[in-house]
Design a protein around this ligand. Structure first.
Ligand SMILES: O=C(O)CCC(=O)C(=O)O
Length: 306
């Protein structure tokens, strides 16, 4: 069992989160959910300026600083009506809408989210809540149970070669679907491998997320400049304002650079992944060649692949 500082008030939820890397429980009532949905509808046009290019999109990809700040404070204020009842000793980082247009291209492939803290000592997490019940048909989440414990990984912006790039097929075959009812949230460890189905319904799927970290953890941000053959990663300490003003693909404007280090981004051993998945005797093939050139692209704070 991990000795990282707990943030859940309920021990059972904490234990499930520690073991699986995610947990779901009822957080909001129907009126609160309606307010989250209505705020999105009021700002739908501003959000949907990018839907020609992206069928899965986030507020902070709009490059609309005013909208990003407004959505961030609206979601934080609303979430805080309930979050203190369930969490303790934490601090909030950022909040955002995540939208799936009704389109097959709204699928989100296997990924881990950004690394916001020193994950050898702490974890960071998203509280994710959709404004209607979610299932396989309209874009629910799915997870590789326990994958946050597989290995320590640096996950910088704007893109990097993902540790599990050689195992996308294997991962896709081994996800656990997490459907939700109205008002249920999913809390996910940013290091846990997850994905979400495309939205094949007739309506947009609207979700809000808020990222939090343990109270004592420093907020970190990792940046890997493009065209950097040495894979030299820059590590910054961040303020909340630094996240709001962070521009896609760019270094933070005024955050403090605390370290630069070379990092080995080689792919995970496929046998290790199979062992973790308890699949050592299976015939699943190694898709290393197919995905060998795959580079994980992160276009938003929360690790959305572009
Ligand atoms: O909203 C989704 O479909 C994906 C959410 C996600 O990947 C995240 O919260 O990190």
């Amino acid at each position: 069992m991990q000795s990282k500082p707990p943030v859940f008030r309920d021990e059972k939820l904490q234990q499930e989160f520690d073991e699986n890397g995610f947990v779901k429980f009822k957080l909001f009532d129907a009126q609160q959910i309606e307010r989250i949905h209505n705020f999105y509808l009021e700002h739908q046009d501003e959000h949907e300026t990018i839907i020609e290019k992206k069928k899965f999109h986030a507020t902070n990809e709009t490059s609309n600083a005013e909208l990003i700040a407004k959505a961030d404070s609206f979601i934080k204020e609303l979430m805080m009506e309930e979050v203190n009842k369930h969490f303790r000793d934490y601090k909030v980082i950022a909040a955002n809408y995540l939208i799936k247009q009704p389109d097959i291209k709204s699928e989100l492939g296997p990924h881990q989210d950004l690394r916001f803290v020193d994950e050898e000592k702490y974890y960071s997490l998203n509280i994710w809540i959709a404004t209607e019940a979610t299932n396989k048909h309209n874009g629910c989440l799915r997870f590789i149970k326990g994958s946050h414990l597989w290995s320590d990984t640096i996950r910088p912006l704007p893109s990097y070669p993902w540790k599990y790039r050689n195992a996308e097929q294997l991962l896709t075959e081994n996800f656990t679907d997490v459907t939700t009812d109205i008002g249920e949230c999913v809390v996910l460890n940013h290091a846990c491998i997850h994905s979400s189905y495309p939205n094949l319904s007739e309506k947009i799927r609207v979700a809000a997320i808020m990222a939090i970290i343990p109270q004592d953890a420093e907020i970190l941000h990792y940046f890997l400049p493009d065209g950097n053959p040495e894979n030299e990663v820059e590590k910054y300490t961040m303020t909340l304002q630094d996240f709001i003003t962070l521009k896609v693909g760019q270094r933070p404007d005024s955050a403090v650079l605390v370290d630069k280090f070379k990092y080995d981004f080689s792919a995970a051993n496929i046998e290790m992944i199979k062992a973790k998945l308890n699949l050592l005797n299976s015939n699943t093939t190694n898709s290393d060649i197919l995905y060998g050139k795959f580079k994980r692209k992160l276009s938003s704070l929360f690790g959305i692949s572009g």
